[in-house]
Design a protein around this ligand. Structure first.
Ligand code: PLP
Length: 395
């Protein structure tokens, strides 16, 4: 319920999942009340307990990505933070990097910066009319100085899940570092680094991982060494001039987001209690199919890359023909109390490719674990009414 007294229908889960499970919030409140100190194994009982929770959270997340060395799971503050750390640590003048037109500004802007100011070459691979990149396009761009291939796993604009396993196999064969942006997929789609040949997984905690905002990080595969572009306090080996080499200290700087790390631990337990990520994905896709079918029946609604029989997230992008996306989204929000997201979704190249960059982008509805069939039916009805009014006014 919101201050207007209307029930809020929250369909903006691709921005951040809401609400968070009450079990997560209760755990965080209790944990921070009792153990909210700087984690440390030696100084006091509560600091030891805090360190144990950090370790447990690390272990759970490492396991989620198929990693067997928990210390290689390093925490940061969100995926924008970990992508920046990775990009700036790995790429040097004269290197070449490949990404896609589906990429979020969390990838594009750091790469543009290095391209504009640090002599890093950049190639951007397109997606097809269904919303998928072709791994062969990535292969054809790899050259002698290619250092990194960095590809979004699930599109936050059209919801398509990219063939990262195939891209990973190509990169491994070619000896190129491969990383993926799992902002939309971690916690919803299986990610197994060894079988997918992923070198570095970057993640954020507040979407389908069901944790709070302000926590994220990455997992760096065994044997791989990354020389960090940052440095700072680690709580150990303070006498060293340089950042310690061992994990996780080589890629963690300053006091961690302890509360976020604890929240992520509770969130992983909550996900397990719901049957695990595949079960949650299945439930959400059932609702996504219902939404897709309802929207498809509305005459003047255009869906983008929405063949849900292929690898897809419960994320749908659409426009009401003849209407700016912002106007349609505002109506959904203000008149029907349906939280949605309009505009370019921080992915300007994706919208350019779709041809939606000139008309305010698209309206995006994205489903989370707390949505119901009633939510979906209300959204279909609301979009139907908005579309009908648009048709009438065009007459
Ligand atoms: C695909 C993708 N990458 C990166 C981000 C950035 O996430 P964060 O704001 O948690 O850093 C988002 C968030 O919308 C996203 O959808």
């Amino acid at each position: 319920m919101t201050s207007s007294g209307k029930k809020l229908i929250y369909l903006d889960n691709a921005s951040t999942t809401f609400p968070k499970p009450k079990e997560v919030i209760e755990y965080m409140t209790d944990f921070y009340s009792n153990y909210g100190v700087s984690p440390d194994r030696v100084s006091s009982e509560i600091a030891t307990k805090a360190a144990e929770v950090v370790d447990a959270s690390r272990r759970k997340l490492a396991e989620l990505f198929g990693g067997s060395a928990p210390e290689r799971l390093v925490f940061g503050y969100n995926i924008t933070d970990s992508l920046n750390l990775l990009i700036n640590s790995v790429l040097e003048q004269g290197d070449h990097v490949i990404c896609t037109t589906l990429e979020h500004n969390a990838v594009l802007r750091p790469l543009y910066f290095l391209n504009d100011h640090r002599g890093v070459e950049l190639d951007i691979v397109p997606f097809d009319e269904y919303g998928y990149i072709d791994p062969e396009d990535v292969k054809s761009k790899i050259k002698e100085n290619t250092k990194l291939v960095l590809i979004i796993h699930g599109s936050n604009v059209v919801g398509t899940i990219q063939p990262i396993k195939e891209v990973g196999a190509i990169c491994r064969r070619e000896g190129v570092l491969f990383s993926t942006d799992t902002a939309q997929t971690a916690g919803l789609v299986p990610i197994d680094m060894p079988s997918m040949n992923i070198d570095v997984v970057c993640f954020t905690g507040h979407k389908s991982l069901m944790g709070p905002t302000g926590i994220g990080g990455m997992y760096i595969r065994e044997q791989l060494k990354i020389t960090p572009s940052r440095s700072g306090g680690t709580g150990i080996l303070s006498e060293l001039r340089e950042q310690p080499e061992e994990f996780p200290y080589c890629l963690e700087f300053g006091t961690p987001n302890l509360l976020g790390i604890a929240g992520l631990l509770a969130a992983q337990e909550w996900i397990s209690s719901q049957g695990g990520i595949s079960e949650i994905h299945k439930r959400e896709m059932k609702l996504a199919n219902r939404l897709h079918d309802g929207l498809s029946e509305i005459k003047n609604v255009k869906l983008y890359c929405a063949d849900l029989s292929h690898d897809h997230l419960p994320v749908l992008a659409f426009n009401v023909e003849g209407m700016n996306a912002t106007d349609a989204g505002n109506k959904l929000d203000l008149e029907y109390n349906i939280a949605n997201r309009t505009g370019l979704h921080c992915a300007p190249l994706a919208h350019k490719a779709l041809g939606t960059d000139k008309s305010g982008g698209t309206v995006r509805l994205s489903i989370g674990p707390f949505n119901t069939e009633e939510d979906i039916d209300s959204a279909i009805k609301a979009v139907g009414e908005i579309a009908e009014a648009a048709r009438d006014s065009a007459l």
